[in-house]
Design a protein around this ligand. Structure first.
Ligand code: CMP
Length: 153
């Protein structure tokens, strides 16, 4: 079944100019980017987004990192998007991530692990609505009618 997932390119990959490269990998795997924006997390928003981890020892560090620079948030759509994208990004720890996964290629540590992805369909719905209103999500992204020939004015 076609579903949607939420992804965040984290501040380390944006700062290191890996955005284009990662978007290319994602599109080549058949994910459609149906919404995308760049933003900078506030401390409050990062704490809200990661509230499930609020009692973990790494929470403060994660918050400092996620607010350190701009991130790119996007909604991806595909058959089985949630599970397939988790597979494509790899383990939370880049050292343990399978070869050629996004985290193995671009991650530097468990905190600086390059990219976030929703871990369930329910969380994907919540995370998507955290960042995007329905009208910011395109419905028919690849059905643009393109005339076969240039039309003379
Ligand atoms: P992410 O997919 O964004 O979701 C929660 C984040 O918490 C995770 O990626 C990591 O960046 C971070 N994280 C999870 N576990 C640890 C850990 N043991 N040590 C440091 N950071 C962690």
């Amino acid at each position: 079944m076609t579903n949607r997932t939420l992804s965040i390119l984290k501040p380390n990959v944006v700062a290191k100019h890996h955005t284009g490269e990662i978007l290319t990998l994602i599109e080549k795997q058949g994910f459609r980017i149906i919404a995308l924006k760049m933003l900078q997390f506030t401390t409050i928003d990062a704490a809200k987004f990661y509230s499930i981890h609020k009692n973990r020892p790494f929470f403060r560090n994660l918050n400092l990192f996620m607010t350190a620079g701009p991130v790119i948030v996007m909604v991806l759509e595909k058959e089985n998007a949630v599970a397939d994208f988790r597979k494509m990004i790899g383990d939370t720890d880049p050292q343990k991530a399978e070869k050629n996964t996004i985290r193995s290629l671009f991650g530097e540590s468990k905190t600086r692990n390059a990219i976030h992805a929703s871990d369930s369909e329910e969380n994907a719905r919540q995370e998507i609505s955290f960042f995007f209103s329905e009208r910011e999500i395109t419905e028919k992204p690849y059905l643009l009618p393109i005339p076969e020939k240039e039309i003379d004015a």
